[in-house]
Design a binder for this molecule. Structure first.
Ligand code: NAD
Ligand code: MN
Length: 367
Protein backbone atom coordinates (compact mmCIF):
# COMPACT_ATOMS: atom_id res chain seq x y z
CA UNK A 1 0.00 0.00 0.00
CA UNK A 2 1.31 3.43 -0.93
CA UNK A 3 1.91 5.76 2.00
CA UNK A 4 1.95 9.50 1.49
CA UNK A 5 3.61 11.74 4.04
CA UNK A 6 1.52 14.84 4.58
CA UNK A 7 2.39 17.95 6.60
CA UNK A 8 -0.58 19.84 8.02
CA UNK A 9 -0.06 23.48 8.99
CA UNK A 10 -3.34 24.98 10.25
CA UNK A 11 -1.72 28.36 11.05
CA UNK A 12 -4.10 30.99 12.40
CA UNK A 13 -7.77 31.87 12.76
CA UNK A 14 -10.17 29.57 10.92
CA UNK A 15 -7.15 27.73 9.51
CA UNK A 16 -7.26 25.86 12.83
CA UNK A 17 -10.83 24.80 12.07
CA UNK A 18 -10.71 23.95 8.37
CA UNK A 19 -7.38 22.09 8.25
CA UNK A 20 -8.43 19.46 10.82
CA UNK A 21 -11.63 19.10 8.77
CA UNK A 22 -9.52 18.58 5.64
CA UNK A 23 -7.41 16.00 7.43
CA UNK A 24 -10.55 14.09 8.43
CA UNK A 25 -11.68 14.10 4.83
CA UNK A 26 -8.28 12.82 3.67
CA UNK A 27 -8.41 9.99 6.19
CA UNK A 28 -11.94 9.13 5.02
CA UNK A 29 -11.00 9.08 1.35
CA UNK A 30 -7.88 6.95 1.97
CA UNK A 31 -10.02 4.45 3.90
CA UNK A 32 -12.66 4.38 1.16
CA UNK A 33 -10.11 3.92 -1.65
CA UNK A 34 -8.15 1.30 0.26
CA UNK A 35 -5.17 1.66 -2.13
CA UNK A 36 -3.11 4.27 -0.28
CA UNK A 37 -2.71 5.70 3.21
CA UNK A 38 -1.71 9.04 4.70
CA UNK A 39 0.84 9.64 7.42
CA UNK A 40 0.17 13.07 8.90
CA UNK A 41 2.54 15.31 10.80
CA UNK A 42 1.06 18.45 12.27
CA UNK A 43 3.00 21.72 12.70
CA UNK A 44 1.79 24.32 15.21
CA UNK A 45 3.38 27.26 13.44
CA UNK A 46 1.76 30.69 13.16
CA UNK A 47 0.64 33.49 15.48
CA UNK A 48 0.69 31.48 18.72
CA UNK A 49 4.16 30.17 17.90
CA UNK A 50 5.23 33.78 17.23
CA UNK A 51 3.99 34.90 20.65
CA UNK A 52 6.11 32.19 22.30
CA UNK A 53 9.26 32.25 20.18
CA UNK A 54 9.22 35.54 18.25
CA UNK A 55 9.12 33.79 14.86
CA UNK A 56 6.25 32.28 12.84
CA UNK A 57 8.14 29.03 12.25
CA UNK A 58 11.52 27.65 13.37
CA UNK A 59 14.67 28.61 11.50
CA UNK A 60 15.13 25.04 10.20
CA UNK A 61 11.39 24.53 9.65
CA UNK A 62 11.70 23.88 5.93
CA UNK A 63 13.89 20.85 6.67
CA UNK A 64 11.02 19.24 8.55
CA UNK A 65 8.80 19.63 5.47
CA UNK A 66 11.31 18.78 2.77
CA UNK A 67 10.64 15.03 2.58
CA UNK A 68 6.83 15.33 2.70
CA UNK A 69 4.76 14.43 -0.34
CA UNK A 70 2.49 17.46 0.12
CA UNK A 71 1.52 20.19 2.56
CA UNK A 72 -2.03 21.12 3.60
CA UNK A 73 -2.03 24.72 4.81
CA UNK A 74 -4.70 26.84 6.53
CA UNK A 75 -4.03 30.54 6.88
CA UNK A 76 -1.37 32.91 8.17
CA UNK A 77 -2.76 36.06 9.78
CA UNK A 78 -3.29 37.07 13.40
CA UNK A 79 -5.24 40.07 14.70
CA UNK A 80 -2.32 41.10 16.95
CA UNK A 81 0.58 40.68 14.50
CA UNK A 82 1.18 42.82 11.40
CA UNK A 83 0.06 41.01 8.22
CA UNK A 84 3.41 41.39 6.45
CA UNK A 85 5.11 39.62 9.37
CA UNK A 86 2.73 36.65 9.38
CA UNK A 87 2.63 36.34 5.60
CA UNK A 88 6.38 36.60 4.95
CA UNK A 89 7.25 34.66 8.11
CA UNK A 90 5.29 31.55 7.22
CA UNK A 91 3.40 31.20 3.96
CA UNK A 92 5.84 33.01 1.70
CA UNK A 93 8.82 31.37 3.40
CA UNK A 94 7.43 28.01 2.38
CA UNK A 95 6.36 29.12 -1.13
CA UNK A 96 9.74 30.73 -1.83
CA UNK A 97 11.85 28.19 0.07
CA UNK A 98 10.35 25.39 -2.02
CA UNK A 99 10.23 27.43 -5.23
CA UNK A 100 6.48 26.79 -5.62
CA UNK A 101 6.38 29.14 -8.57
CA UNK A 102 3.00 28.20 -9.98
CA UNK A 103 -0.02 29.19 -7.95
CA UNK A 104 -3.03 27.49 -9.51
CA UNK A 105 -6.53 28.73 -8.70
CA UNK A 106 -9.48 26.97 -10.28
CA UNK A 107 -12.83 28.74 -10.13
CA UNK A 108 -16.12 27.11 -10.96
CA UNK A 109 -19.70 27.82 -10.19
CA UNK A 110 -20.54 24.68 -8.20
CA UNK A 111 -24.06 23.21 -8.22
CA UNK A 112 -26.38 24.90 -5.72
CA UNK A 113 -24.27 28.04 -5.48
CA UNK A 114 -25.62 31.35 -6.69
CA UNK A 115 -23.27 33.74 -8.47
CA UNK A 116 -23.71 37.48 -7.90
CA UNK A 117 -23.67 37.66 -11.71
CA UNK A 118 -27.18 37.61 -13.10
CA UNK A 119 -27.90 34.88 -15.67
CA UNK A 120 -24.58 33.13 -14.99
CA UNK A 121 -24.92 29.43 -15.77
CA UNK A 122 -22.63 26.69 -14.45
CA UNK A 123 -21.06 26.28 -17.89
CA UNK A 124 -20.32 30.02 -18.12
CA UNK A 125 -17.84 30.09 -15.27
CA UNK A 126 -15.08 27.50 -15.38
CA UNK A 127 -11.69 29.14 -15.09
CA UNK A 128 -8.21 28.37 -13.87
CA UNK A 129 -6.07 31.33 -12.94
CA UNK A 130 -2.33 30.66 -12.92
CA UNK A 131 -0.51 33.11 -10.71
CA UNK A 132 3.24 33.69 -10.91
CA UNK A 133 4.23 32.91 -7.33
CA UNK A 134 7.90 33.71 -6.92
CA UNK A 135 8.76 37.16 -8.25
CA UNK A 136 7.02 40.12 -9.88
CA UNK A 137 5.50 42.72 -7.61
CA UNK A 138 6.09 40.50 -4.53
CA UNK A 139 9.79 39.99 -5.13
CA UNK A 140 10.50 41.41 -1.69
CA UNK A 141 13.03 43.80 -3.18
CA UNK A 142 12.74 47.36 -1.97
CA UNK A 143 13.21 49.29 1.21
CA UNK A 144 12.07 51.98 3.54
CA UNK A 145 14.33 54.63 5.01
CA UNK A 146 14.09 57.85 7.01
CA UNK A 147 10.95 56.63 8.74
CA UNK A 148 8.89 59.42 10.24
CA UNK A 149 10.98 62.16 8.63
CA UNK A 150 9.74 64.44 5.87
CA UNK A 151 12.17 62.77 3.46
CA UNK A 152 10.79 59.28 4.22
CA UNK A 153 10.86 57.00 1.19
CA UNK A 154 9.65 53.46 0.49
CA UNK A 155 9.78 51.23 -2.57
CA UNK A 156 8.70 47.79 -3.69
CA UNK A 157 10.43 46.83 -6.90
CA UNK A 158 8.70 44.66 -9.50
CA UNK A 159 11.19 42.11 -10.73
CA UNK A 160 10.51 39.86 -13.69
CA UNK A 161 13.26 37.56 -14.87
CA UNK A 162 13.30 35.83 -18.25
CA UNK A 163 13.57 32.33 -16.72
CA UNK A 164 10.84 33.20 -14.21
CA UNK A 165 8.48 34.43 -16.93
CA UNK A 166 9.27 31.60 -19.33
CA UNK A 167 8.58 28.89 -16.78
CA UNK A 168 5.25 30.28 -15.57
CA UNK A 169 4.01 30.93 -19.10
CA UNK A 170 5.04 27.46 -20.21
CA UNK A 171 3.22 25.99 -17.22
CA UNK A 172 0.10 28.00 -18.09
CA UNK A 173 0.19 27.02 -21.76
CA UNK A 174 0.54 23.35 -20.78
CA UNK A 175 -2.38 23.61 -18.39
CA UNK A 176 -4.49 25.35 -21.04
CA UNK A 177 -3.53 22.62 -23.50
CA UNK A 178 -4.77 19.95 -21.05
CA UNK A 179 -8.22 21.56 -20.81
CA UNK A 180 -11.06 21.09 -23.23
CA UNK A 181 -11.10 24.61 -24.66
CA UNK A 182 -7.32 24.98 -25.07
CA UNK A 183 -7.52 28.70 -24.54
CA UNK A 184 -5.17 30.98 -22.60
CA UNK A 185 -5.62 34.65 -21.71
CA UNK A 186 -2.40 36.44 -20.81
CA UNK A 187 -3.05 39.34 -18.43
CA UNK A 188 -0.75 42.34 -18.72
CA UNK A 189 -0.36 46.04 -18.00
CA UNK A 190 2.25 46.84 -20.58
CA UNK A 191 0.65 50.15 -21.48
CA UNK A 192 1.66 51.62 -18.11
CA UNK A 193 4.45 49.35 -16.83
CA UNK A 194 6.66 49.76 -19.83
CA UNK A 195 9.66 47.60 -18.92
CA UNK A 196 8.79 44.39 -17.08
CA UNK A 197 5.34 43.95 -18.58
CA UNK A 198 6.57 44.62 -22.11
CA UNK A 199 9.08 41.80 -21.65
CA UNK A 200 6.24 39.64 -20.27
CA UNK A 201 4.18 40.25 -23.43
CA UNK A 202 7.13 39.51 -25.68
CA UNK A 203 7.97 36.24 -23.93
CA UNK A 204 4.28 35.27 -24.10
CA UNK A 205 4.40 35.66 -27.89
CA UNK A 206 7.54 33.51 -28.02
CA UNK A 207 6.13 30.70 -25.85
CA UNK A 208 2.83 30.78 -27.76
CA UNK A 209 4.71 29.51 -30.82
CA UNK A 210 5.55 26.33 -28.88
CA UNK A 211 1.82 25.68 -28.42
CA UNK A 212 0.15 26.14 -31.81
CA UNK A 213 -2.93 24.21 -30.65
CA UNK A 214 -3.64 26.67 -27.81
CA UNK A 215 -5.47 29.86 -28.75
CA UNK A 216 -4.03 32.77 -26.87
CA UNK A 217 -5.21 36.33 -26.28
CA UNK A 218 -3.98 39.27 -24.25
CA UNK A 219 -5.98 41.46 -21.85
CA UNK A 220 -5.00 44.50 -19.77
CA UNK A 221 -5.60 43.80 -16.09
CA UNK A 222 -8.14 46.57 -15.64
CA UNK A 223 -10.12 45.49 -18.68
CA UNK A 224 -9.86 41.95 -17.37
CA UNK A 225 -11.99 42.79 -14.31
CA UNK A 226 -14.72 44.02 -16.67
CA UNK A 227 -14.47 40.96 -18.87
CA UNK A 228 -14.73 38.59 -15.89
CA UNK A 229 -17.96 40.28 -14.86
CA UNK A 230 -19.56 40.96 -18.23
CA UNK A 231 -18.31 38.05 -20.38
CA UNK A 232 -17.34 35.21 -18.00
CA UNK A 233 -17.88 32.53 -20.65
CA UNK A 234 -15.18 34.09 -22.84
CA UNK A 235 -12.46 32.95 -20.40
CA UNK A 236 -10.89 29.60 -19.64
CA UNK A 237 -7.24 29.49 -18.51
CA UNK A 238 -5.68 32.76 -17.38
CA UNK A 239 -2.08 33.62 -16.52
CA UNK A 240 -0.98 36.76 -14.67
CA UNK A 241 1.78 38.17 -12.50
CA UNK A 242 1.81 37.77 -8.73
CA UNK A 243 -0.10 40.96 -7.84
CA UNK A 244 -2.48 40.94 -10.78
CA UNK A 245 -3.50 37.33 -10.24
CA UNK A 246 -3.79 37.83 -6.49
CA UNK A 247 -6.48 40.43 -7.07
CA UNK A 248 -8.18 38.74 -10.03
CA UNK A 249 -8.49 35.45 -8.18
CA UNK A 250 -10.27 37.06 -5.23
CA UNK A 251 -12.69 38.59 -7.74
CA UNK A 252 -13.07 35.17 -9.35
CA UNK A 253 -13.84 33.60 -5.97
CA UNK A 254 -16.49 36.21 -5.26
CA UNK A 255 -18.09 35.75 -8.70
CA UNK A 256 -18.25 32.01 -8.04
CA UNK A 257 -20.26 32.57 -4.88
CA UNK A 258 -17.95 32.75 -1.87
CA UNK A 259 -14.36 33.09 -0.74
CA UNK A 260 -15.09 30.11 1.52
CA UNK A 261 -15.25 27.70 -1.44
CA UNK A 262 -12.16 28.61 -3.44
CA UNK A 263 -9.03 26.43 -3.39
CA UNK A 264 -5.46 26.98 -4.46
CA UNK A 265 -2.30 25.00 -5.04
CA UNK A 266 1.26 26.30 -4.74
CA UNK A 267 3.05 23.98 -7.10
CA UNK A 268 6.65 23.14 -7.76
CA UNK A 269 6.06 21.70 -11.24
CA UNK A 270 9.53 20.11 -11.26
CA UNK A 271 8.63 18.22 -8.04
CA UNK A 272 11.94 18.98 -6.38
CA UNK A 273 10.03 20.00 -3.24
CA UNK A 274 6.60 19.34 -1.72
CA UNK A 275 3.77 21.44 -3.13
CA UNK A 276 1.35 23.21 -0.82
CA UNK A 277 -2.46 23.22 -0.96
CA UNK A 278 -4.71 25.70 0.83
CA UNK A 279 -8.05 27.47 0.72
CA UNK A 280 -7.61 30.96 -0.72
CA UNK A 281 -9.35 32.65 2.20
CA UNK A 282 -7.47 34.00 5.20
CA UNK A 283 -7.92 33.76 8.96
CA UNK A 284 -11.42 35.32 8.94
CA UNK A 285 -11.08 37.10 12.31
CA UNK A 286 -14.81 37.88 12.37
CA UNK A 287 -15.86 34.22 12.56
CA UNK A 288 -12.84 32.41 14.00
CA UNK A 289 -13.43 30.09 16.94
CA UNK A 290 -17.15 29.88 16.24
CA UNK A 291 -17.18 26.60 14.32
CA UNK A 292 -18.99 28.12 11.34
CA UNK A 293 -16.16 28.44 8.79
CA UNK A 294 -16.92 26.89 5.42
CA UNK A 295 -14.53 23.93 4.98
CA UNK A 296 -15.33 23.53 1.26
CA UNK A 297 -12.34 25.62 0.09
CA UNK A 298 -10.09 23.27 2.05
CA UNK A 299 -11.89 20.18 0.70
CA UNK A 300 -11.44 21.34 -2.90
CA UNK A 301 -7.76 21.98 -2.05
CA UNK A 302 -7.59 18.37 -0.82
CA UNK A 303 -8.94 17.28 -4.22
CA UNK A 304 -6.13 19.24 -5.90
CA UNK A 305 -3.61 17.65 -3.52
CA UNK A 306 -4.86 14.16 -4.44
CA UNK A 307 -4.68 15.03 -8.12
CA UNK A 308 -1.10 16.22 -7.67
CA UNK A 309 -0.20 12.91 -6.00
CA UNK A 310 -1.60 11.10 -9.03
CA UNK A 311 -4.69 9.84 -7.17
CA UNK A 312 -7.16 11.09 -9.80
CA UNK A 313 -9.97 8.71 -8.79
CA UNK A 314 -9.76 9.80 -5.17
CA UNK A 315 -9.72 13.44 -6.29
CA UNK A 316 -12.88 12.93 -8.35
CA UNK A 317 -14.55 11.24 -5.41
CA UNK A 318 -13.76 14.22 -3.16
CA UNK A 319 -15.00 16.66 -5.80
CA UNK A 320 -18.20 14.69 -6.17
CA UNK A 321 -18.80 14.86 -2.41
CA UNK A 322 -18.05 18.60 -2.49
CA UNK A 323 -20.60 19.12 -5.25
CA UNK A 324 -23.11 17.08 -3.28
CA UNK A 325 -22.54 19.41 -0.30
CA UNK A 326 -22.92 22.62 -2.30
CA UNK A 327 -26.05 21.27 -3.98
CA UNK A 328 -27.60 20.61 -0.55
CA UNK A 329 -28.93 23.86 0.99
CA UNK A 330 -28.94 22.34 4.50
CA UNK A 331 -25.14 22.04 4.17
CA UNK A 332 -24.59 25.72 3.35
CA UNK A 333 -22.56 27.65 5.91
CA UNK A 334 -23.27 31.28 6.77
CA UNK A 335 -21.13 32.69 3.95
CA UNK A 336 -23.53 30.91 1.55
CA UNK A 337 -26.60 32.21 3.34
CA UNK A 338 -27.15 29.03 5.37
CA UNK A 339 -26.61 28.04 8.99
CA UNK A 340 -24.64 24.78 8.75
CA UNK A 341 -21.56 24.39 10.93
CA UNK A 342 -18.07 23.30 9.91
CA UNK A 343 -18.70 20.04 11.76
CA UNK A 344 -21.99 19.33 9.96
CA UNK A 345 -20.50 19.91 6.51
CA UNK A 346 -17.41 17.85 7.34
CA UNK A 347 -19.43 14.94 8.73
CA UNK A 348 -21.76 14.95 5.71
CA UNK A 349 -18.93 15.07 3.16
CA UNK A 350 -16.97 12.30 4.96
CA UNK A 351 -20.13 10.18 5.13
CA UNK A 352 -20.70 10.72 1.41
CA UNK A 353 -17.15 9.47 0.77
CA UNK A 354 -17.74 6.44 3.01
CA UNK A 355 -21.05 5.52 1.41
CA UNK A 356 -19.51 5.78 -2.04
CA UNK A 357 -22.67 7.33 -3.48
CA UNK A 358 -22.62 7.67 -7.24
CA UNK A 359 -21.30 11.01 -8.41
CA UNK A 360 -24.37 12.91 -9.54
CA UNK A 361 -22.64 15.73 -11.36
CA UNK A 362 -20.20 16.39 -14.16
CA UNK A 363 -16.87 16.22 -12.43
CA UNK A 364 -13.53 17.82 -12.71
CA UNK A 365 -11.08 18.98 -10.10
CA UNK A 366 -9.77 22.00 -11.86
CA UNK A 367 -9.30 20.95 -15.43
P1 NAD B 1 -10.38 36.58 4.97
O1 NAD B 1 -10.39 35.63 3.84
O2 NAD B 1 -9.80 36.10 6.24
O3 NAD B 1 -11.88 37.04 5.25
C1 NAD B 1 -12.66 37.83 4.36
C2 NAD B 1 -14.16 37.63 4.64
O4 NAD B 1 -14.57 36.36 4.13
C3 NAD B 1 -14.51 37.60 6.12
O5 NAD B 1 -15.75 38.24 6.31
C4 NAD B 1 -14.61 36.14 6.44
O6 NAD B 1 -15.48 35.85 7.49
C5 NAD B 1 -15.12 35.55 5.13
N1 NAD B 1 -14.61 34.18 4.96
C6 NAD B 1 -13.37 33.84 4.54
N2 NAD B 1 -13.24 32.51 4.53
C7 NAD B 1 -14.40 31.99 4.95
C8 NAD B 1 -14.87 30.66 5.17
N3 NAD B 1 -14.09 29.58 4.94
N4 NAD B 1 -16.12 30.50 5.62
C9 NAD B 1 -16.91 31.55 5.85
N5 NAD B 1 -16.53 32.83 5.66
C10 NAD B 1 -15.28 33.05 5.23
O7 NAD B 1 -9.60 37.87 4.48
P2 NAD B 1 -9.11 39.16 5.32
O8 NAD B 1 -10.15 39.54 6.33
O9 NAD B 1 -8.67 40.13 4.32
O10 NAD B 1 -7.81 38.68 6.08
C11 NAD B 1 -7.78 38.23 7.45
C12 NAD B 1 -6.36 37.77 7.78
O11 NAD B 1 -6.02 36.63 7.00
C13 NAD B 1 -5.28 38.81 7.51
O12 NAD B 1 -4.31 38.70 8.53
C14 NAD B 1 -4.68 38.38 6.18
O13 NAD B 1 -3.34 38.78 6.01
C15 NAD B 1 -4.79 36.88 6.30
N6 NAD B 1 -4.84 36.18 4.99
C16 NAD B 1 -4.06 35.08 4.85
C17 NAD B 1 -4.10 34.35 3.68
C18 NAD B 1 -3.25 33.14 3.55
O14 NAD B 1 -2.58 32.73 4.48
N7 NAD B 1 -3.22 32.47 2.41
C19 NAD B 1 -4.96 34.74 2.64
C20 NAD B 1 -5.77 35.87 2.82
C21 NAD B 1 -5.70 36.58 4.01
MN1 MN C 1 -4.96 37.16 -1.82
Amino acid sequence: MKRYRIATIPGDGIGKEVVPAGQRLMAAVAKAMDSFAFEFENFDWGGDYYRRFGVMMPEDGLDALRDKDAILFGSAGDPDIPDHVTLWGLRLRICQGFDQYANVRPTRLLPGIESPLRHCRIEDLNWVIVRENSEGEYSGIGGRVHQGHPIEVASDVTVLTRPGVERILRYAFRLAQSRRRKQLTVVTKSNAQRHAMVMWDQIAREIAREFPDVSCDKELVDAMTVRMVSRPASLDTVVATNLHADILSDLAAALAGSLGIAPTANIDPERRYPSMFEPIHGSAFDIMGKGIANPIGTFWSVAMLLDHLGEADAARRVMSAVEYATATPALHTRDLGGSATTEQVTAAVCERIRSGAEPPYALSVGA
